[in-house]
Design a protein around this ligand. Structure first.
Ligand SMILES: Cc1ncc(COP(=O)(O)O)c(C=O)c1O
Length: 483
């Protein structure tokens, strides 16, 4: 394959044809959702070493390679994909990836991608508007930015959460950047906060113990009344609370913390309030679902992944701040080849991010919005949330299943109870279902009980597919029981 426009077109035609078939068959539910071959066999069948050593890919052989590669993927577009919180990307997002892959504009400095940079700023304004933090007259109104919140897209929610915690640290202890993090800082947060929160705290040199868990109820919703003793005990120890972290929504159960109440508590006590909405902030797009985040405007920072519920491919997440000035206090960096005074035609994002080279990730969400419009996106969120409630009801009504809580978002935990609730058995059940590859489901522990877990990401998953999944679970359980 030559690196020229002719071969570009030739290989793109072949790849497009293969992907069209892949997409069509996956969406139609043809074949298995997942086939997992042993890794060595897979490496061999794709002839990876041969290609690395010798090169020589042509458009034709690239197509033959995909004939082996594509069947060995997780088929996200298959309606039986009901597993992790990873979006089934809209084809519009796929096209943004394709364009980026060719032009490769790392637009964190404006001159390395003016168009991508403009898209990111407008997308950030759109997201701020949904939170109530945008004060401009239209989304391209940068003059009014001084009164608005601010934000930046990062490669994923984990980096976005780290950024938010760094901002909270800069607010309470601005000297940290030069002197290191003071050892009297702690973070209060839901005891089931995503692991990236505790990881960020450790990475910031605060030590894992600086995370002070706030109790949750049986279904992983933070108990706001537990904030008071948690805060008091931190103060009694002479600690300062750097941030309070809430989930919107919890990773395992998909239930939202009481944002408004926690926001009130933080306002009363002058504490930085961070909402981890990596999965569930997308409810803000839908007039019917945004009540789950009531009071979010009280927060100081919000993380919101687009590669979960906004239909884009990985990796793309926003970290948003109520006060746009936060963007310029979080990081203080020198790099004479990048950071210097120059005539401002656009805005450089590089001073606001962990990343130096950063892809034009906003284009993915832009393309999806441009295809579906805001209303289409809201309908998608409504569908996924409403369907999950219906699916939960179907599972709940079956005498051999239990689905103990009512869902809010598109995540549902359940048990197959015919042979008891034993954790080891539930996990074996999930493993075997995944191994057979007809359905892809996950599992999670909630308060010591191992549940089977669905995340309804695929708009094509219907009641029929859920009933099929239940039949599969019943059959697998019977087989396991006989062994
Ligand atoms: C609540 C929450 N926060 C953060 C993350 C991590 O986000 P990412 O996978 O984009 O790094 C997840 C991922 O599942 C999550 O559920």
């Amino acid at each position: 394959m030559q690196n020229n426009p002719q071969d570009f077109r030739a290989v793109a035609d072949i790849v497009t044809e293969k992907l069209q078939t892949y997409l069509g068959e996956s969406q139609a539910g043809k074949g298995k959702v997942l086939v997992q071959k042993p890794i060595a066999e897979l490496a061999q069948s794709m002839q990876l070493e041969k290609w690395i050593r010798e090169g020589g890919f042509t458009p034709q052989t690239a197509g033959e390679f995909l004939d082996v590669y594509l069947p060995n993927t997780q088929h996200m577009h298959h309606p039986h994909y009901i597993g992790h919180q990873v979006s089934v990307p809209h084809v519009a997002s796929s096209m943004a990836d394709f364009v980026h892959g060719v032009i490769n504009n790392p637009m964190a400095i404006y001159e390395m991608g003016p168009a991508g940079s403009a898209v990111e700023h407008v997308i950030i304004n759109w997201m701020l508007e949904k939170v109530g933090w945008f004060k401009g007259e239209h989304l391209g109104d940068f003059q009014k930015a001084a009164n608005s919140g601010g934000g930046v897209l990062t490669h994923g929610g984990s980096v976005a959460n780290l950024t938010a915690l760094l901002a909270a640290r800069a607010a309470i202890a601005p000297e940290s950047w030069m002197e290191g993090t003071p050892n009297d800082l702690v973070v209060l947060g839901s005891e089931v906060a995503h692991y990236c929160i505790a990881r960020s705290i450790s990475m910031m040199g605060m030590g894992r113990n600086a995370f002070r868990p706030v109790a949750v109820n049986d279904w992983e919703v933070l108990k706001p009344e537990d904030l008071i003793p948690a805060y008091q005990s931190a103060k009694d120890e002479g600690k300062r609370v750097m941030a309070v972290v809430a989930n919107a929504c919890a990773t395992a159960t998909g239930l939202y913390d009481p944002i408004d109440e926690i926001g009130h508590f933080c306002e009363e006590n002058g504490l930085w309030f961070h909402v981890d909405g990596a999965h569930g902030a997308s409810a803000l797009v839908s007039p019917n679902q945004k009540h789950y985040l009531k009071g979010v405007e009280r927060a100081n920072s919000l993380v919101w992944d687009t590669h979960k519920m906004l239909r884009t491919s990985t990796l793309s997440a926003a970290v948003l701040f109520k006060n746009h000035k936060t963007l310029s206090t979080t990081f203080q960096q020198k790099g004479s080849y990048l950071f210097y005074e120059k005539e401002a035609i656009g805005f450089d994002i590089i001073t606001h991010t962990v990343e130096c080279t950063k892809a034009a990730i906003a284009t993915k969400l832009f393309w999806v919005l441009a295809a579906e419009g805001e209303k289409g996106m809201a309908q998608f969120i409504d569908n996924q949330y409403d369907n999950t409630k219906k699916f939960r009801q179907i599972i709940y009504e079956h005498p051999d299943f239990d689905c103990p809580y009512e869902t809010e978002a598109n995540i549902v935990c359940f048990l197959y109870t015919k042979f008891g609730n034993d954790n080891v058995f539930q996990l074996a059940l999930q493993n075997e279902v995944v191994k057979r590859g007809n359905f892809y489901i996950t599992s999670s522990e909630v308060r010591g009980v191992r549940y089977l877990r669905l995340t309804v990401m695929n708009p094509l998953t219907t009641e029929t597919h859920i009933k099929g999944m239940m039949k599969e679970v019943i059959a697998v359980a019977a087989d396991l029981q006989q062994q």
